[in-house]
Design a protein around this ligand. Structure first.
Ligand SMILES: O=C(CO)[C@@H](O)[C@H](O)[C@H](O)[C@H](O)COP(=O)(O)O
Length: 216
C-alpha cells in the first residue's frame, strides 16, 4: 500500500484522486516547510478532509506526561482517522504502550534499525516507520532492515505494520515493497515520477497517430 508523505491539502486532494493512496503521513519538518504560518489543528483538519485512511500527526512534546496530553488532544481531532506519530525512545515506548491500551493507533517513527523496530512493535505500535534514506545515509542497508523486521513481525505474529519513509528515489519505493513493507509513504514528487516512462508516452502517441491517420 502507498501513503502520501505530505501536509499540503491541495496536493493531497489532487493525488488522492488517482485512487492509489491509502493514507497520509506528516512530520514537523514537512509541516514547517509546507504550513509554516498555519495553525496545526486547522491544517490537519484540511488534510483529513482532502484524503481518506489514517493520517499520522507527530508529537512535539518530549516528556511522557506531555506526550500523552498532546496525543489525547490530537487524537480527539478525529478519533477514526488520526494515527498518533510517536518519536522512538524510552518515553516514546511508554507512550505507545499506554495509547495502545487505550485503543489509540500509533505510528512509531524515526526507526533506524531492527532492534528499535522490534521494540516499537512489542510496545504495541500500529505502524513502525523505518527511515530508508536516512539508514542509507549512515552507510547501512535499508533493504536488510526492512526484510528482517517484516520477517520477525510475521514469525511472532506481531500486529504492527512495517511502514517505510524517507523515500528519496522511485527505486526506494520498489525496494521497500519487495523487502516486505506493508506501506511505503511517498513524497509527492516521487509519486509523480512513478507515472512516467518514455516508452509508454511514445506508444500512446503512436497508437493515437495511427487512429488519426487511418485510411490516409
Ligand atoms: O515517518 C514518516 C512516516 O511515518 C515520514 O513522514 C517521515 O518522517 C519522512 O518520510 C521523513 O522525515 C523524510 O525523511 P527525509 O527525506 O527527510 O530523510
Amino acid at each position: 500500500m502507498l501513503f502520501l508523505d505530505s501536509s499540503n491539502p491541495a496536493e493531497i486532494r489532487e493525488l488522492f484522486a488517482w485512487g492509489v493512496l491509502g493514507g497520509v503521513t506528516t512530520n514537523p519538518l514537512i509541516l514547517s516547510r509546507e504550513a509554516k504560518d498555519a495553525i496545526l489543528e486547522e491544517r490537519m483538519r484540511e488534510v483529513i478532509a482532502a484524503s481518506h485512511g489514517p493520517v499520522s500527526v507527530e508529537l512535539i512534546a518530549e516528556t511522557e506526561a506531555e506526550m500523552l496530553e498532546e496525543a489525547r488532544a490530537i487524537h480527539a481531532w478525529d478519533p477514526a482517522r488520526i494515527c498518533v506519530k510517536v518519536p522512538f525512545g524510552e518515553a516514546g515506548l511508554r507512550v505507545t504502550h499506554a495509547l495502545a491500551k487505550a485503543g489509540v493507533r500509533t505510528n512509531v517513527t524515526c526507526v533506524m534499525n531492527f532492534n528499535q523496530a522490534y521494540l516499537a512493535a512489542l510496545a504495541g505500535g500500529t505502524y513502525v516507520s523505518i527511515f530508508s534514506g536516512r539508514i542509507r545515509d549512515m552507510g547501512y542497508d535499508a533493504r536488510e532492515v526492512i526484510e528482517q523486521t517484516r520477517a520477525r513481525f510475521d514469525r511472532e505474529r506481531l500486529t504492527a505494520e512495517v511502514l517505510v519513509g524517507s523515500i528519496r528515489h522511485i527505486a526506494d519505493v520498489n525496494e521497500a515493497l519487495f523487502a516486505g513493507a506493508h506501506v511505503v509513504t511517498v513524497p509527492p514528487p516521487i509519486l509523480r515520477k512513478m507515472l512516467h516512462n518514455p516508452k509508454t508516452d511514445e506508444t500512446i502517441r503512436e497508437f493515437n497517430a495511427a487512429w488519426a491517420n487511418r485510411g490516409k
